[in-house]
Design a protein around this ligand. Structure first.
Ligand SMILES: Nc1ncnc2c1ncn2[C@@H]1O[C@H](COP(=O)(O)OP(=O)(O)OP(=O)(O)O)[C@@H](O)[C@H]1O
Length: 232
């Protein structure tokens, strides 16, 4: 279980998180939703130790909040796909996967390419020549080389066509079914409700409520309260 208890976070002197509690169980997908500036990305950064925090971050019962980022990701098998993907566009698919990968990670490249057949035929193509969806798959593949137990995704569908977003989320569901815990930031609550087990609504850097997505009534209520629109 990935657990945050009363996590506060700061950028310099500016406080962005005011006490976030959340849980991500292995095999579950939790979506962080909320309006712009609510603290979704900052919550992911707090888990990685990329902002100054107070409060508790635990992975499988172990407190990690005093650890530097590299220890959190390496010792506790947390991986992240940042918004914007962070790929090296002039390098090939394979080069992007290999850059920075250790021996064990390189040994998993074949396995990762199995998961994304569309990339298997394009390993020597420059990333800049791929579609947005294919680029997102490379970014996901890079994260998967780490064999994460918990995967953090910041807006994986950003800038992609709805049909491509569906495809990306199909992969994510597959990873979840293999036991990975997924924490994702998603702008579209409708989309989040269709892919996640739980929605965590953030409002001004704190959790407003947690909603089980099987409870359609509460999902609709969340959309209406948080975004001032009715969910169809
Ligand atoms: N690098 C930064 N320096 C200072 N303040 C920041 C920085 N990044 C974010 N903030 C502030 O922290 C707060 C939370 O921002 P965050 O990016 O986590 O929100 P978000 O919910 O992810 O929003 P969005 O949906 O727009 O990406 C906002 O008030 C934002 O202005």
């Amino acid at each position: 279980m990935l657990t945050l208890d009363s996590v506060k976070g700061w950028y310099g002197r500016t406080q962005a998180l005011f006490g976030v509690d959340l849980h991500v169980a292995p095999g579950k997908t939790v979506a962080l939703v909320g309006t712009n500036g609510a603290g979704k990305t900052t919550t992911l950064r707090a888990i990685l130790g990329a902002v100054r925090t107070e409060g508790s971050v635990r992975v499988d019962g172990e407190e990690i909040s005093a650890k530097p980022t590299h220890r959190r990701v390496n010792d506790h098998r947390i991986a992240i796909v940042h918004e914007g993907r962070g790929l090296l566009s002039q390098l090939t698919v394979l080069e992007n996967l290999v850059v920075g990968a250790n021996r064990a990670e390189r040994a998993r490249i074949g396995e990762v390419l199995e998961l994304f057949p569309v990339l298997r035929d394009r390993t020597h193509q420059k990333v800049s020549l791929l579609s947005g969806g294919q680029q997102q798959m490379v970014a996901l593949g890079r994260a998967l080389l780490r064999d994460p137990k918990y995967l953090l995704l910041d807006e994986p569908g950003l800038g992609l066509a709805p049909v491509v977003i569906d495809e990306i989320y199909t992969y994510i569901a597959e990873l979840c079914s293999r036991g990975m815990g997924v924490l994702l930031v998603e702008q579209s609550v409708t989309r989040a409700a269709s892919v996640a087990d739980e929605l965590v609504l953030l409002r001004v850097g704190a959790v407003d409520r947690v909603v089980d997505t099987r409870d359609r009534e509460r999902v609709d209520q969340l959309v209406a309260d948080a975004f001032g629109v009715h969910h169809s």
